[in-house]
Design a protein around this ligand. Sequence first.
Ligand code: G
Ligand code: G
Ligand code: MN
Ligand code: NA
Length: 249
Amino acid sequence: RALELDLAAGLERGEFQLYLQPRVEPATAAITSYEALVRWNHPKKGMVSPGDFIPVAEASGQIIRLGEWVLAEACRLLDSVPGCSISVNVSPLQFRHADFLPNLHDVLVRTGANPARLELEITESVLIENDQRAVSILDEIKHMGFGIALDDFGTGYSSLSYLSRYPFDTIKIDRSFVSNLATTDNAPVIVRSIIELGAGLGMKIVAEGVETIEEALFLAQAGCDELQGYLLGRPKPLTELQRGVDNAI
Ligand code: G
Ligand code: G
Ligand code: MN
Ligand code: NA
């Protein structure tokens, strides 16, 4: 059966689950927040990666319902992570959909969640040059009280011009820069520049895909606000979250 047909049934049957991956402050080793990463425990295929089913959900339009479920579930999980926020990925199609803003409003009303503890992750690819509609959607999200993160920063085009135009709270440095830190001469220069730029603009800088102690030390020394990656903690279901991080720095 096509994955597309199974998606709706999977939502009905509760086959989706949110895994949480910590974001850690290097200075204190404190977990400040978690990124919600959806997983599908398919009855026949086992664990299906979002890399495989998100594109299918987008193509079939079911990303809207899936996105609603992810957001509601993240709101529900907030009670289990006191003092922390949760960030949620928003797909480009979801971002553009007419139901997106009404759904955000509804989920706050339904769950009573505090939007200040939720951050929406938007990728550069949803933003187009001179895009007044994107500006107004982001302004409205901000106005509702959500945090906004620019995800996978550095992988799109014209990155710098976006930063002054959109109300981002957080910049997430794409993991390709982090994994290149040790092997290319350019990566440390670029990473330092992004950190300085973000700090100057009053935005929080998070490095993604931190896998080694050397990367963590470089990023901490360069002034990166938070680290995320397998070194600090893999994405895990709530039931398996330990107190503290997988590895101290
Ligand atoms: O967790 P993993 O590395 O397998 O995720 C693969 C991709 O799926 C990443 O690009 C991630 O942003 C995306 N993804 C994970 N969870 C969600 C979600 O809830 N909504 C959307 N739109 N994308 C997600
Ligand atoms: O596109 P986005 O940045 O939302 O994707 C997050 C993806 O990165 C998730 O699928 C998550 O499983 C994955 N991820 C998280 N930490 C690491 C890491 O340290 N190394 C690698 N290779 N992937 C990671
Ligand atoms: Mn993300
Ligand atoms: Na990312």
